[in-house]
Design a protein around this ligand. Structure first.
Ligand SMILES: Cc1cc2nc3c(=O)[nH]c(=O)nc-3n(C[C@H](O)[C@H](O)[C@H](O)COP(=O)(O)OP(=O)(O)OC[C@H]3O[C@@H](n4cnc5c(N)ncnc54)[C@H](O)[C@@H]3O)c2cc1C
Length: 323
């Protein structure tokens, strides 16, 4: 248990980011018995809406309203949180672009331990935390002993924790005074929306996703045929987009689309955190990979060790026969 536990709540257009409830779950598991405070920064009505939503998941929400905070900006948040947080604070951040930008400098300013990209950890005794991180693209799990007695800044990988159930009736405390006088040099210019492709995989319930294991572009029709027979959308990992075999709108991952299907069939995908970071909502995931040690098997509900070039045509036949 730690006395001063905080969670940075990301939000957009008045709605909490998926990471908010995942961080609430991480806080409960890593620091049982503690009561995390949500840190919610922004400006205007969208901030108010986000604070209300956060109060449904956290017992206390600190609201920071200021024009300088209207858009996520680590350069503005760093001095703000350095000023607002008590000594010894333990802060959980999403391992997002914002969290990665904010975390290292914030830990230096707070004189706190920094541990990035956690995928788990043992419950802390309040002075130490054994955090779990992946190394070598998921091939190795490192258990890192962290001294948190003087505070800590921890970033948590997207999707590492199942979102906590909301149901609190938290109170919102206005800490906007701490934001006064913050003048970041980095300024917001504009939002450029990604071009809409011919398909929106983010709304699909059943996704067949293909990775580099497909080998050749000439093999893609095998997977397209399976997806069509299943009535599923076709998606892919980034190397397939980089090779221009499929369009960007079909890429799942941190630099692609975030999907929330009920079923996700991953064919020849190794399971990098950048890919898995784009799969939300805890779908039933079937992974096919010829390497029994592929990291995707750790995330999959069902794993099939097989050559997809042999399995997929047979599977398509079965689906077509309605079996
Ligand atoms: C900043 C950044 C952002 C990124 N964003 C994304 C992103 O949004 N989405 C994304 O996907 N990646 C992203 N990546 C890339 C990511 O790190 C991985 O390189 C990528 O996900 C790997 O794709 P893959 O699993 O298809 O290929 P690989 O890692 O090469 O895996 C191929 C897999 O196929 C298996 N295989 C090979 N042949 C067969 C066969 N015949 N049958 C069955 N299995 C077979 C292999 O065992 C292997 O596990 C990003 C990287 C960076 C640095």
């Amino acid at each position: 248990m730690v006395a001063n536990l905080f969670v940075l709540v990301a939000h957009k257009d008045g709605h909490l980011d998926d990471s908010a409830l995942e961080l609430a779950a991480a806080a409960a598991e890593l620091f049982p018995g503690s009561s995390p405070v949500a840190l919610t920064a922004g400006n205007g009505p969208s901030l108010d809406a986000a604070c209300q939503e956060a109060a449904g998941a956290f017992a206390e929400v600190w609201k920071f309203a200021d024009a300088a905070l209207a858009y996520p900006n680590a350069e503005a948040l760093r001095p703000l949180l350095t000023k607002a947080l008590p000594a010894g604070a333990v802060v959980l951040l999403p391992h997002s672009t914002l969290g990665m930008d904010l975390g290292p400098g914030l830990s230096v300013k707070l004189g706190a331990t920094y541990a990035p990209d956690l995928i788990g950890g043992a419950p802390s005794d309040g002075t130490t935390l054994t955090a779990v991180r992946q190394e070598f693209n998921g091939q190795v799990c490192a258990h890192v002993a962290c001294d948190i007695s003087k505070g800590a800044v921890l970033t948590v990988r997207s999707g590492a924790y199942r979102p906590a159930a909301a149901g609190a009736a938290g109170r919102i405390v206005d800490h906007s005074a701490d934001a006064q006088g913050i003048t970041p040099r980095r300024r917001f210019v504009e939002v450029i929306q990604a071009e809409a492709g011919d398909i929106d995989i983010t709304r699909e319930d059943v996704i067949v996703s293909v990775g580099r294991g497909i080998g050749e572009q000439e093999n893609l029709p095998l997977v397209e045929e399976l997806a069509e027979a299943m009535g599923a959308a076709l998606a892919c990992s980034r190397p397939i987009v980089d090779a221009k075999w499929l369009e960007k709108a079909r890429q799942v991952g941190t630099s692609g689309q975030t999907v929330k299907p009920k079923v996700y069939l991953a064919l020849g995908i190794s399971g990098s955190f950048q890919h898995l970071g784009g799969i939300k909502g805890n779908p039933f995931m079937i992974a096919v990979n010829k390497n029994p040690k592929a990291p995707i098997f750790q995330a999959a509900s069902v794993g099939v060790v097989a050559d997809l070039l042999e399995l997929v045509p047979a599977l398509t036949e079965l689906v077509k026969k309605g079996r």
